[in-house]
Design a protein around this ligand. Structure first.
Ligand code: ZN
Length: 330
């Protein structure tokens, strides 16, 4: 399926864009020569998994969608390389989550110097929640996180960026992406409208399902590894606690004590860990407390395969809800 010319091109651009390009190439919908198709296509670049999935859902066959962040890397620890500029230079539209989730992006866009690039901030108009403070007893111990947290906008008192984990806020993101794509590429307006409508129906259905599944647990607290869950919790009448602000940092002894106390208070049966690395301290803590660890995927990283299919979001959210019920002891 790979033409020699395409392969050569890929090898030339070896480095972090390799995966993204390979992915874009394999996902090209047209059967004609891929290079020709790629040249003609309306090119859209996205940042991390949920944004890629929402954009692919809306774009359908109207545009080619290329994620900027390679598979297996999260927006927290993404380091741009010069090759990343190629995708931005060729794209007409860049879609981001916004709310400072993609802290690396502004500089990268400026370096790309692409005057025709339109940026869609999918968080526009979405009601946000502030990152919660753990209270006076913990405020001091948490001060050391600020250095790291600022890279992700996770400082206490800052806006929490994880809006995509609420399916109804995801609907708003999809509608904003739809409107931005129609504006940038009116020739496929009908397609964008139809695709967005179909995906929105599925997101609303997902929301009703999760709402009825989690209804018996209204008011309960769950504990996540990093601070990704407030929008999800808020939507379904739950409370979200967390061990650390962002996934890269190691918890302090005070963090571990706070979580241990919360597990005892709430009689939680499990801690929610994440599929990526960085959970070792969490697993050890769960063992100490005699509770299980179940996975809740905040979708900040993904495999290439997962990022190709917009239904990945629906699948992972259904699994998250099911695993959460396990954490509550079901
Ligand atoms: Zn995060």
């Amino acid at each position: 399926m790979r033409s020699p010319a395409g392969l050569q091109e890929l090898l030339k651009r070896a480095g972090v864009v390799f995966g993204a390009l390979l992915l874009a190439a394999c996902g090209a919908p047209r059967q004609e020569s891929r290079d020709a198709a790629a040249d003609k296509a309306f090119k859209v670049v996205t940042t991390f998994l949920p944004i890629t999935l929402f954009t692919r859902a809306v774009a359908g066959d109207c545009a080619t969608v290329t994620p900027l962040i390679p598979a297996g890397t999260g927006p927290h620890d993404f380091q741009a390389k010069p090759g990343d500029l190629t995708a931005l230079r060729q794209a007409r539209v860049l879609v981001k989550n916004g709310l400072e989730m993609e802290g690396f992006l502004d500089k990268l866009v400026a370096s790309a110097g692409n005057p025709q690039l339109k940026v869609i901030d999918s968080s526009r108009g979405v009601t946000t929640l502030e990152t919660e403070n753990h209270g006076d007893a913990h405020g001091k111990e948490h001060g050391h996180h600020d250095d790291h947290g600022s890279a992700h906008g996770h400082d206490h008192g800052a806006v929490n960026p994880h809006i995509w984990l609420d399916p109804l806020r995801a609907v708003q993101q999809v509608e904003t992406i739809r409107d931005g794509l129609i504006k940038a590429d009116p020739s496929c307006a009908e397609g964008y409208r139809r695709n967005a409508a179909a995906y929105t129906v599925q997101l609303k259905q997902l929301n009703s399902e999760i709402a009825s599944q989690l209804k018996p647990y209204t008011g309960k607290t769950f504990i996540a590894f990093h601070d990704f869950a407030p929008y999800f919790a808020h939507r379904y009448g739950l409370k979200a606690e967390y061990l650390v602000d962002v996934p890269e940092i190691n918890p302090s002894p005070a963090d571990l004590q706070r979580v241990a106390a919360e597990v005892k208070r709430s009689q939680l049966k499990a801690l929610l860990s994440e599929p990526q690395e960085g959970n070792r301290s969490f697993n050890a803590l769960a063992k100490d407390l005699g509770v299980k660890v179940v996975v809740f995927d905040p979708m900040e990283t993904a495999t290439e395969e997962a990022s190709r299919d917009p239904s990945t979001y629906l699948k992972l959210m259904r699994r998250n809800a099911a695993d959460l019920r396990q954490a509550f002891g079901q």
